[in-house]
Design a protein around this ligand. Structure first.
Ligand code: GLN
Length: 253
């Protein structure tokens, strides 16, 4: 299915340029507002002057490889099980897109499956597509609550985590951020998420992007640079975002 943001972009920056955003598996992997990331990203790209097309991909559909930004959300272990064959059928395309510099943001359940494997508490092994050198094991406890973390690239990142899977990064895999409030990847180090190429994996729901526009701008900039060679940011008034960030980061865990 494809949705187009109606009307012409409001600013002259990036005029006539367009971005195609792909949301992976919204039927099965879209909990805690992950679809909100797609809406926020589309709106942000529109404010930067791009025409925006949103596509989604669900199991069994033909995979649209001609996309500029890929987003994926979280899901129950059962949702991860439902999508895993289709994810594997498209692993080559997703790995190629990642290596070619396509920006991607994958949250929680899809973050886990962008690693090497997720071994559930019941002993089921869900094979990942190995974009991240990371693996996840089902834990005893649910790590749930508001989370605040520091990223070298994006400053303070604010969100909400809810997972029992514990993720461990391989030697060469960089974390996304260092946790200042909350748990993050696991209970034995202070890191959260993973980074490779222009791909971000994180446990942060929220939705993440409305509260962290620096990440939305990064995804848009990388997509524009890859497709058009440059990105001209528009000045966007983030005063409401700053209020939302202050309120969200001061909430108790
Ligand atoms: N099922 C996974 C876990 O609990 C992912 C949860 C999620 O995506 N929120 O670890």
């Amino acid at each position: 299915m494809s949705h187009v943001i109606p009307g012409s972009p409001a600013v002259t920056h990036n005029n006539g340029k367009s971005l195609r955003i792909l949301q992976l598996y919204p039927q099965d992997m879209n909990i805690y507002g992950d679809w909100g990331n797609t809406l926020a990203l589309a709106r942000r790209a529109y404010k930067h002057g791009f025409e925006v097309e949103i596509l989604d991909h669900n199991p069994g559909q033909s995979f649209p490889a001609d996309v500029d930004i890929v987003l994926g959300g979280g899901g129950q272990d059962s949702g991860q099980s439902v999508i895993q064959d289709d994810l594997h059928a498209n692993a080559g395309t997703l790995n190629q897109l990642a290596e070619d510099g396509a920006p991607m943001l994958v949250i929680c359940g899809l973050y886990q499956l962008f690693g090497k494997e997720f071994r559930t508490r019941e002993g089921e092994v869900l094979r990942g597509i190995s974009i991240f050198d990371a693996h996840t094991v089902g834990g005893e406890e649910r790590l749930i609550g508001n989370i605040v973390e520091d990223s070298e690239e994006f400053g303070t990142v604010i969100g909400f985590e809810n997972h029992s899977g514990l993720t461990y990064l391989g030697e060469g895999c960089k974390p996304f951020a260092r946790v200042s409030k909350g748990e993050g990847n696991n209970q034995s180090d202070e890191y959260e998420g993973a980074r490779v190429h222009n791909v971000i994996g994180t446990y942060l729901h929220g939705s993440l992007l409305p509260k962290n526009p620096a990440i939305a701008d990064y995804l848009i900039a990388k997509a524009a640079e890859r497709k058009y060679g440059s990105f001209e940011p528009a000045a966007i008034d983030d005063s409401l975002v700053e209020k939302a960030r202050a309120s969200a980061s001061s909430r108790p865990r």
